[in-house]
Design a protein around this ligand. Structure first.
Ligand code: SDX
Length: 394
């Protein structure tokens, strides 16, 4: 319990004191990794349009592009894929540690802890050594999916299964998760989802990664801090809430009244809105197509009609404010059709976003200065110390 007196003071009007809440519109870094045109609804990684990458590239090739700046040559890609494949396994110590996690805990919390634990195993910190950087990138890209899949089996009371060397990155993850080799369409669609989520400029988790990186700590701490940031419902965690919301709405004809009530109560519609986009997020459009591709093969998800109606109804009510579906709106429907449990949607976002976080880690180290912004102090100026027995009880 805190007393009235101890409550945090109401902030002053930000406009009056030059504060930019949420750092809206404040550039904090130069970056050559990703470009967003929020008015046209365009997104490019290192100059390549997202749609082209999602149809032509693979997640590992896109990862290479993001982190090292150019598309790999066939040999570079082959080497990178092989290195990642060789490092997929995680130590039995990490698996044993994960067995001590509560089975009821959220997989994002399990991932944050296990990602941070890698720093204990690879404790030599040589961030100015290119080989150390390459090895750390390979390890994180390789091991994060294994840890997500391991926790899924551990919490069901099973032993994690080992990666399969004959399976490519995405197929292997789905195999470790479900203990079944996925069909090629599911594996390819999953891989495309990873490409779509891999990078998105200075979003909250990437900013978190860059702040952590700016202290020159190790890359495992960088990724762990970003995982913690991604977990929140205003960021990556929204994909889970979208499915909850669609279930709550239940039927397409209820979408309109749901929206009216939510807007009247100033409640956010999950999976809608974006700081950068004033139109529909291009990734949402591609994810919607991927969902339709899956539905055509495996049957429609009944929630899809609810989602489409909600999008249509929301356009008339929120469109004039530039609020449209974001990346989290349709991704859950894709993952659900792939048989992935709802609380793994955000860890899957993390598997993919590790690529972007590591690209920003490298970029930050290339021109580093520790992040240390200032504040506008609004607390008491000077107070007289009182002994405990002199203080008023609440
Ligand atoms: C991701 O930045 C990234 O790149 C993130 C991401 C990535 O790839 O990393 O794209 C991934 O995090 C997607 C966002 C997932 N979150 C949600 O879907 C949660 C619901 N959306 C929001 O809460 C919101 O839109 C944010 C968090 C995404 C953006 O927040 P902002 O920019 O701080 O906007 P705001 O909350 O200040 O809202 C501005 C106005 C307000 O209206 P007014 O008070 O000015 O009248 O827009 C309204 C808001 O009420 N608004 C919404 C809304 N989002 C904004 N109204 C209804 N529903 C919404 N979803």
């Amino acid at each position: 319990m805190i007393s009235e007196e101890q409550k945090i003071e109401q902030p002053l009007d930000p406009k009056m004191i030059g504060l930019r809440p949420g750092l809206e519109g404040v550039p904090v870094a130069h970056s050559a990794i990703c470009e967003i045109d929020g008015t046209k609804g365009e997104l490019r990684y290192r100059g390549y349009p997202i749609n082209e990458l999602a149809t032509q590239s693979s997640f590992l090739e896109t990862t290479y592009l993001l982190i090292w700046g150019d598309l790999p040559s066939p040999q570079q890609l082959k080497d990178f894929e092989q290195e990642v494949q060789m490092h997929r396994r995680v130590s039995f110590r990490v698996r044993d540690m994960m067995k001590c996690f509560p089975a009821t805990g959220h997989p994002m919390d399990a991932l944050q802890s296990s990602a941070a634990s890698l720093g204990l195993f690879y404790s030599r910190r040589a961030i100015d050594n290119p080989q150390y950087v390459y090895d750390a990138v390979v390890r994180l890209i390789a091991k994060i999916p294994t840890m997500v899949a391991a926790f899924q089996l551990i919490r069901k009371g099973q032993d994690p299964i080992q990666p399969r060397d004959d399976l490519a990155y995405s197929a292997n993850f789905l195999y470790m998760l479900t203990e079944r080799e996925p069909d090629p369409l599911s594996a390819r669609i999953f891989d495309r989802c990873l490409i779509l989520h891999a990078e998105h400029s200075l979003n909250a988790s990437t900013f978190s990664a860059r702040v952590t990186a700016s202290t020159l700590t190790d890359p495992y701490a960088v990724v762990a801090s970003a995982v913690g940031t991604l977990a929140g419902p205003l960021h990556g965690g929204a994909n889970e809430d979208v499915i909850k919301m669609l279930k709550e709405i239940g039927r397409p004809e209820k979408a309109s009244s749901y929206l009216d009530k939510a807007i009247a109560n100033k409640q956010k519609i999950m999976g809608f809105g974006h700081r950068e986009y004033r139109v529909k997020d291009p990734r949402a459009s591609i994810l919607q197509d991927l969902a339709e591709e899956l539905f055509a093969r495996f049957g429609k998800d009944e929630m899809y009609d609810v989602a489409k109606t909600l999008e249509k109804e929301a356009e008339g009510r929120l469109g004039q404010k530039g609020i449209y579906p974001n990346v989290d709106f349709y991704s859950g429907l894709v993952y659900q059709k792939l048989g992935i449990p709802r609380d793994l949607f955000t860890p899957i976002f993390a598997i993919s976003r590790v690529a972007g976080w590591l690209a920003h880690w490298r970029e930050q180290l290339g021109a580093n200065r520790i992040f240390r912004p200032s504040q506008i102090y609004t607390g008491a100026k000077s107070r007289k110390w009182m002994q405990a027995d002199e203080r008023m009880s609440p």
